[in-house]
Design a binder for this molecule. Structure first.
Ligand SMILES: Nc1ncnc2c1ncn2[C@@H]1O[C@H](COP(=O)(O)OP(=O)(O)OP(=O)(O)O)[C@@H](O)[C@H]1O
Ligand SMILES: [Mg+2]
Length: 524
């Protein structure tokens, strides 16, 4: 950081290519979002690294995904290579120095970083439907499943919880349909198959506990620099939908959990959404609208979202309009679509009379970009041809031993390592099914031996979930009128389960009904 409150992006060039002036991103506009675009190999990842370094140095925590593993070097000391020193000289960056940054590595698979998990309940029906590419009918069933679980306190933590609930719904489709809306066995079946596919794709690693605490990605290191969370996404990218849904879930969690702060001096967190086209491509209209809404509103929670993608056309116009800070690397302009992208990109900038924006975009060198940031009262600055500053940490990947060492020293070392499988919908429903089966067996026995105490029939009429009081009641002879089999309704069953003291964050919220936010994740 050169100037308090300003992040150095690079140095702009005059028409004769000589140095013009330093280009900054104002920290107080850091929450006004941004966009980094450019064809492959033009310098996007390095630009992302530079911005992450600058935000961290200014005390702002950063979250970013590492698609190719080449961003991990931000955790290691940079080396004075010739091309870096030359770049520093070109932009008259006298203070250029090498350092490493405080990094926490994360990984949905728990291999290249601390495990990241979310519970099914936290993810919510909207995002889960997106993840499974569910049809409307299937999404309807998912909504009902969450309604049953939310209202009744059946904790949906991992995939097997949802499987168990779907099983239950399949078995009681008729009853549930009359209470909640139509549930077809076919939709339940296809959802179950969808869950199996998800499981095979590795999502089983992701759903469960301990779930990621948002506070852990908002840490500041003891030296005052913002911690940079780097999500290992190379393996995750093989399942692009999981990748995009996961990042979207993170955004919605941030949005639901963080308090309003208006326009702070500096952002509370900066979130880089790399390969952002995955978020928008083929996304249903409802989801796009919600994403647009979250991006718009999250700003006042102090979160800056920076989309990184090859083509500015990848980002819907409504979202594009909200991205105040722009770094446009070179684009090719051979095909009509490419030409359109160049035109679109150029049109979003405040023109500079010194050069033609369209032409400049196609002529930029590696690590060079058209830059425009918010200034003054929040208006975009005139676009400048800018040589991006060289990073202070290493360009390229770190070694595995270096990574392990950093993970061992991490403030969350050990916290997310092991799965916790506490009692949740799966166990509750299994216990319930067992009780029903036991009671059935007992009833059969009682019928075969009519002289024996008939209390088993009472238990039979109360296939509760093991609530102590309920068990007591069940132990007593059946009340008049309740003898014989009465299948309790799903909601009754769920309400009974709510009485249990399941020590789950989800279950703890029973009493006050669960509230879901814009993207369907739980509100706290
Ligand atoms: N600001 C910079 N200063 C010095 N060198 C740079 C800078 N930006 C990019 N480079 C050089 O260009 C190379 C490619 O940059 P980078 O990896 O950021 O491209 P990219 O757009 O992310 O590519 P891809 O689309 O393939 O991921 C870097 O390895 C580095 O050598
Ligand atoms: Mg890259």
């Amino acid at each position: 950081m050169v100037d308090a409150g300003k992040l150095l992006i690079g140095g702009s060039r005059k028409p004769d290519d000589s140095f013009k002036e330093a280009e900054y991103l104002e920290l107080k506009f850091g929450n006004r979002h941004g966009l980094i675009t450019g064809a492959t190999g033009t310098g996007k990842t390095v630009t992302l690294q530079v911005l992450a370094e600058e935000f961290s140095a200014a005390g702002v925590p950063v979250f970013c995904s590492d698609i190719k593993g080449d961003l991990s070097g931000i955790a290691a000391m940079g080396e004075p290579k010739d091309f870096l020193l030359k770049r520093a000289e070109q932009i008259q960056y006298a203070d250029y120095d090498f350092t490493k940054f405080p990094v926490m590595f994360w990984d949905l698979y728990g291999e290249k970083g601390h495990r990241v998990r979310a519970t099914i309940a936290e993810m919510g029906p909207l995002l889960l439907a997106r993840l499974m590419d569910a049809s409307d009918a299937q999404e309807g069933v998912l909504n009902i499943a969450f309604k049953i679980a939310d209202q009744g306190g059946l904790p949906l933590l991992d995939l097997k919880d949802l499987q168990a609930l779907l099983n239950y719904m399949g078995e009681h489709a008729g009853e549930i349909s009359t209470q909640f809306g139509f549930v077809s066995k076919a939709s339940v079946g296809s959802l179950q198959r969808g869950l199996l596919t998800l499981e095979q794709q590795g999502a089983i690693h992701f759903f469960g506990e301990p779930a990621l605490q948002i506070s852990d990605i908002m840490r500041v290191a003891p030296d005052g620099r913002g911690m940079i969370s780097v999500l290992a996404a190379d393996k995750l990218m093989m399942n692009p939908r999981l990748y995009a849904t996961f990042l979207l879930w993170m955004l919605s969690e941030l949005f639901e959990e963080l308090p309003e702060v208006g326009d702070p001096e500096k952002p509370k967190l900066v979130f880089f959404f790399d390969e952002a086209h995955l978020l928008f491509s083929e996304a249903p209209k409802v989801l796009l609208e919600r994403v647009e809404q979250v991006v718009r509103l999250i700003r006042s929670k102090g979160v800056g979202v920076y989309f990184v993608t090859q083509n500015p056309l990848d980002v819907p116009e409504t979202v594009l309009a909200q991205l105040g800070n722009r770094v446009q690397h070179a684009l090719r302009a051979y095909t009509p679509r490419e030409q359109k992208a160049v035109k679109t990109a150029a049109d979003t900038f405040r023109a500079n009379p010194e050069f033609n924006t369209d032409e400049a975009i196609t002529q930029l060198g590696t690590g060079e970009a058209l830059v425009s940031t918010l200034e003054g009262k929040g208006a975009p600055s005139m676009v400048e041809r800018t040589l991006i500053r060289p990073p202070s940490a290493r360009i390229g990947p770190i070694s595995e031993p270096e990574r392990s060492q950093i993970m061992n020293m991490s403030p969350v070392a050990g916290v997310y390592d092991r799965d916790i499988d506490r009692e949740s919908a799966f166990e509750i429903l299994a216990a319930r099914a067992k009780k029903v089966a036991d009671a059935e067996a007992a009833k059969r026995q009682a019928e075969e031996a009519p002289t024996e105490n008939n209390s088993a029939a009472g238990r039979w009429s109360l296939p509760g979930f093991g609530d102590a009081q309920e068990d007591e009641a069940a132990a007593k002879p059946a009340a008049k009128g309740r003898s014989g089999y009465q299948r309790e309704t799903v909601i009754e069953a769920a309400m009974k389960s709510a009485a249990r003291s399941v020590a789950s964050s989800v279950a703890n919220q029973i009493g006050r009904a669960l509230v879901r936010g814009i993207l369907g994740s739980l509100k706290r």
